[in-house]
Design a protein around this ligand. Sequence first.
Ligand code: ATP
Ligand code: MG
Length: 431
Amino acid sequence: MSITMEREGKEVLRRLGQAGYEAYFVGGCVRDKLLGRPLKDIDIATSALPEVVMRLFARTAPTGLQHGTVTVIMERHTFEVTTFRKESEYEQFRRPKEVEFISDLNEDLRRRDFTINAMALDAEGASIDPFGGADDLAAGRIRCVGNPMERFHEDALRMLRGIRFACEYGFELEADTWSGLLQHAPLLVHVAMERVSAELDKMIEGRAPDRAVRLLTESGLPRHFKQPIDWPLSGWERCPEPIERDSLAKIIGPSLRWTALFILMGMDSVRAKEAMKRLKFAGKKSDSILKLLQTNVWMEERLGTVSIPDASADSDKVGFELTAECCVTYGKSVVSDWLSLAAWRTDVLGEDRFIPLIERGREWVKRVPVDQVNELNVSGSELAEELRMKPGPWLGRLLQRLLADTARRRLPNERPALLRQAKLLAKQECD
Ligand code: ATP
Ligand code: MG
């Protein structure tokens, strides 16, 4: 934990204590502290009502007053301070209909999802652990607080959270928790796709993406998403062999992991696009995954017809040309990412068709001088003027051809040479 974060957090506890209220660190930070993991943030629970918290601290923000949460801004860090609460009656298997502020910490801990998330620490570092969270942490167990059937019925998202925590910490799901999850899997249909997606994303980007896919498959949860997704993850009896041997964990980078998963599921970019739309992926993320999948198909097709000879001057020429063409089509950064994917396919999946590219591809990408028309040292309007022609679709085509030649280093990226070549190409088009 950041030492200043912990120091400032304790200062918040102390000030609340001096004013006569109880206050504790709660939830994820207690769990991570006991595990000796770095803390992302510190959540605080208190018997003080939100208006009192706002009065006691100079700088606050009313983050979620209806839920009892006030953000307290200290010198370097901010803390979400939430009044002890009870969640009565859950609506539609997802959110509590109303929250009731209470004065008892134990009651507040009781509403939390898993025992390892239901512990508190006071300002002196003494822990409050009414549900055996520390024992479960030591035993590597994910166990619901209380009756799993009830807990999953209250909020179906907890089932995905349970799998995520099991994967993140390398824990097992305790038998009753797992069987509650299996029985209540259909309730996931009530949970917003954004929340589902955020959990899946954390699983895929986390420490054990392959195990996450295996547990998702075993649990059947993907069959019950609010928006059904047409992907094998919903129907697999058993994961493909690369996932069985933890292959996804060996590829680094979130977009790359998702791309690798789509490839292992045999999904093309059209199906992947639809899946990501349903999962409400951000446009930027979905675009980068799609570009990678398209680059992958492009390369597979090319390598089906062009073979890069073994180390020789020819291999350099053929490989460089191919790389340059791909860079012009998809961009240098996408091709670089694709090379990581190709290296993964070679090392982890044991495919050999990409070997020449992964050996020298990075060097070839570096040698490609430009990958976009706006990097050319001549603009469309200059070309139109020089050629005395009205701008039109021909201009875009001409620029693309100049780019293709420049990227392959057949043409220097210099104005006179570009203009000369443009004239030649324009003449060819007219003839
Ligand atoms: P991380 O931030 O690493 O995902 P976390 O445990 O801090 O893990 P948060 O979503 O930040 O998870 O929630 C903070 C705490 O709030 C949890 O530790 C848990 O006690 C409680 N909590 C969060 N979501 C739920 C839920 N769906 N049901 C019950 N309790 C929850
Ligand atoms: Mg958290």
